[in-house]
Write a new protein. Structure first.
Length: 144
C-alpha cells in the first residue's frame, strides 16, 4: 500500500512538473497556445483524477494503520510523537491545497476556466507544494 501511495503521488506531481516545465514552454511557441494547453489539461485530467483517488484511498489506509499501531502502545516508544503529529498536520494541509489546485486545473467547469486558461502560476504552486509534501513524507519515515 505504501508503494501504491508514493507511486501515485510521484506520478501526479511529476506530471504537473512535466506539464509546467516542458509542455507549457512548447505550447507557448504554438499559434494557439491556449487551445493546446486546455486540450492537454483535459487529457491529463484522467491521470490526475486516478492518482487523486489512489492517493486518497491509500493515504487513509496508511493513516488508519499508523494510528492503530500508535494507539496500541507504539506512541509511548516513539519519542517524537507530537512532532510527528505536527508535521503530518502540515502535510495534510498541503495535500488539501494540492487537491484543490488539481481540481481547479482539471475539472471541466466554467468557474475554473480562468485558472485553466492561465495555469502557469497554479502549476508552480502545485509542484512546489507537492515537492514539500514528498520531503515531509520522507522526513516522517525517518522520524517514525
Amino acid at each position: 500500500m505504501q508503494w501504491l501511495h508514493v507511486g501515485s503521488v510521484v506520478l501526479m506531481i511529476g506530471g504537473f512538473f512535466f506539464f509546467r516545465v516542458i509542455l507549457m514552454p512548447i505550447a507557448n511557441r504554438l499559434p494557439a497556445p491556449t487551445a493546446f494547453i486546455t486540450s492537454a489539461l483535459r487529457r491529463f485530467s484522467s491521470i490526475v483524477w486516478c492518482a487523486l483517488l489512489t492517493v486518497l484511498i491509500s493515504g487513509l489506509y496508511n493513516f488508519i494503520t499508523f494510528f492503530r499501531s500508535a494507539r496500541s502502545g507504539a506512541a509511548a516508544e516513539m519519542p517524537y510523537f507530537s512532532l510527528y503529529i505536527l508535521i503530518i498536520g502540515i502535510k495534510l494541509f498541503l495535500v488539501f491545497l494540492i487537491y484543490t489546485l488539481a481540481i481547479m486545473l482539471t475539472f471541466p467547469y466554467p468557474v475554473f476556466e480562468i485558472f485553466q486558461k492561465k495555469p502557469a502560476p497554479w502549476l508552480n504552486l502545485t509542484v512546489i507544494f507537492g515537492l514539500i509534501v514528498i520531503f515531509l513524507s520522507a522526513y516522517l519515515r525517518r522520524l517514525g
